[in-house]
Design a binder for this molecule. Structure first.
Ligand SMILES: *Cc1c(COP(=O)(O)O)cnc(C)c1O
Length: 409
């Protein structure tokens, strides 16, 4: 990154005057932490004792046999505390907050996963925590709201706009402007104004650093391709950074194709033709927006991929053709999930299953000597309501109805 916070023509920091000093302070703390080997040591220490780092790299031998092409390896970010790579980012920012001496954190959340992760971090580090969540999402994601509150966080339902993620982000910024002195905004992905895209990517780079070492040990050479799903882009940036320096390794980002790229019901910004360059929420990237710059409604079966913008770093890598972007539809995702559960006993999150879809399409055409890595960003347990509904499981339906009746008594 140049100090301006731009990656090619993408990124920057379009922030209100009142936040300038806070951003300066954050940039300085981040730079200092990055130059201080003790900081990374402290980070590794907390991630190996509070979360589950290093996470394993699993050889998926049954899937490999099934497809009969490249050897399929899965990087297991699902085994992190709270079940996804999000722990890497929040624990890293938590350590920075302690260094900055702030006492309160705020976060935005869509599906509730980032809110959950932030609430655990705040409980662990003794910080006050407020989570902004669209009112619609609060209704859809009650289990996560329940746990956040139990861990001591205040969850505020946002009633503006479409009452989903982008509105929660706007509200979090409003809070930050009011409480700059005491509060740090724990942004959840590699988006937003600089230094967030670079900083979040740095914390997530632990995925790629581990995966690189592991594949060299387990497979004896670097992989041919690496797949990751792309919501805001943080898990993808995390694993890609381990392999970006090798121009012979193909990096593949998989976006939410929803009901199809032609349907208008998807969240594909770098793949397809519905997105265009814009500046919103403090940074410049490819946004799903109309000609007036109004954000469009997005759709994905995976709540974590359902966002109008994308990391400016990925917009840059897309333009420079260093990462190839594809899209997986909701239906394809359910099929990949089904197969992975049956053949490997692993339940990928709906988000992660997007990466599996594309890997499964390509694996049969690759040489059996080659390895590919799929980044499993999270575990699917959280998605049981959506998955059981999509499989139209009759016993599950009975169970839900019976539980509802218990409460009616
Ligand atoms: C939040 C989430 C994502 C999307 O976020 P990125 O910043 O694109 O990584 C992907 N997978 C899981 C499991 C998530 O919880």
């Amino acid at each position: 990154m140049e100090d301006s916070g731009f990656f090619g023509k993408w990124g920057g920091a379009y922030i209100p005057e009142i936040l300038h000093e806070t951003f300066e302070q954050l940039k300085i703390s981040y730079r200092k932490a990055k130059e201080d080997p003790k900081f990374w040591q402290e980070y590794l220490n907390i991630m190996s004792t509070y979360s589950c780092r290093p996470t394993p790299l699993t050889f998926a031998e049954n899937l490999t046999r099934h497809f009969g092409g490249a050897q399929i390896y899965i990087k297991r970010e699902d085994l992190n505390h709270t079940g996804a790579h999000k722990a890497n980012n929040v624990m890293g920012q938590g350590l920075l907050v302690k260094r900055m001496g702030k006492k309160r954190v705020i976060a935005e959340t869509g599906a509730g996963q980032h809110g959950m992760a932030t609430a655990t971090m705040a409980a662990k580090f003794g910080l006050e925590c407020t989570v902004y969540m669209g009112e619609v999402d609060v209704q859809r994601q009650r289990p996560n709201v329940f746990w956040m509150e139990k861990m001591g966080a205040t969850v505020i339902p946002v009633k503006d706009g479409s009452r989903t993620l982008k509105d929660a982000i706007n509200e979090a910024f409003r809070d930050w402007v009011t409480n700059v002195d005491t509060t740090h905004y724990v942004l959840g992905t590699a988006c937003g104004p600089a230094p967030f895209p670079e900083m979040v990517s740095w914390f997530q780079s632990i995925i790629g650093a581990e995966a690189r070492k592991q594949i060299l040990t387990q497979h004896g050479k670097t992989p041919e391709r690496v797949y990751a799903c792309v919501g805001g882009g943080s898990n993808a940036m995390g694993i890609f950074q381990g392999f970006l320096d090798n121009s012979d390794i193909e990096l593949v980002g998989v976006e939410a194709g929803g009901k199809g790229l032609d349907s208008g019901k998807h969240a594909s910004r770098l793949c397809g033709t519905d997105a265009s360059p814009g500046v919103a929420q403090g940074y410049k990237t490819m946004f799903l927006q109309n000609d007036d710059g109004q954000m469009l409604e997005t759709h994905s079966v995976a709540a974590g991929l359902d966002y109008v913008g994308v990391s400016p770093i990925l917009s840059d890598l897309a333009e420079k053709k260093k990462v190839r972007f594809e899209a997986a539809t909701d239906d394809e995702v359910m099929q990949a999930l089904d197969l992975t559960m049956r053949l490997e006993g692993i339940i990928p999150a709906l988000e992660s299953a997007h990466a599996f879809v594309q890997a499964f399409k390509e694996a049969p055409h690759l040489n059996p000597d080659a390895a590919i890595i799929i980044n499993q960003s999270g575990r699917g347990d959280k998605d049981i309501f959506t998955i059981a509904h999509a499989f139209d499981d009759p016993s599950w339906k009975e169970f839900i109805i019976a539980r509802g009746k218990e409460y009616d008594k």
